[in-house]
Design a protein. Structure first.
Length: 154
């Protein structure tokens, strides 16, 4: 069995388990009459994940793809993946002391550098704008407090 089909089976199992757990999520009495329930999006994600996994499993492979052309990943790509994982951990640790906007901006710029982007005159304003936009949407539209800067809020 090819690697992509093995991964598709893995994601199918995960998606089915996720969808099943979302389906059996206990709702509070006031949530039963809401139009958009807390488990609506997880159920949709479970169905989409299972559907896409089935598409990969059912789709016939071409003659060229049947020749198992899986290559080992290059060392540079492995180093990039590890650096991105380290950046995610550092981002999570930096959220409280630096605030969301600064931590997210640094995370986006750092990931861009790891992936090879060198146009800092574009990368820094785009990262800052993206971080501010996400913060604004979560804070003001959804009403979920996120500390935007160091020392703001509790």
């Amino acid at each position: 069995m090819s690697l992509d089909r093995c991964i598709a089976i893995f994601f199918l199992v995960i998606s089915l388990a996720y969808g099943y757990s979302a389906l059996n999520y206990p709702l509070l009495p006031f949530e039963r009459n809401m139009a958009f329930l807390p488990n609506t999006m997880p159920m949709v994600l479970g169905v989409l994940g299972a559907g896409l996994s089935l598409v990969i499993l059912i789709t016939p492979r071409s003659a060229d793809a049947n020749q198992e052309n899986a290559t080992t990943p290059e060392l540079g790509h492995v180093v990039q993946a590890v650096l991105l994982l380290v950046a995610m951990v550092l981002f999570a640790l930096a959220l409280r002391p630096l605030g969301f906007i600064l931590a997210t901006s640094l995370f986006l710029v750092g990931c861009g550098v790891v992936l090879g982007e060198r146009k800092f005159h574009l990368m820094i304003p785009i990262a800052a704008f993206s971080a501010f936009t996400i913060w604004y949407l979560v804070q003001e539209v959804l009403g979920i407090f996120m500390r935007p800067w160091p020392g703001v809020g509790g």
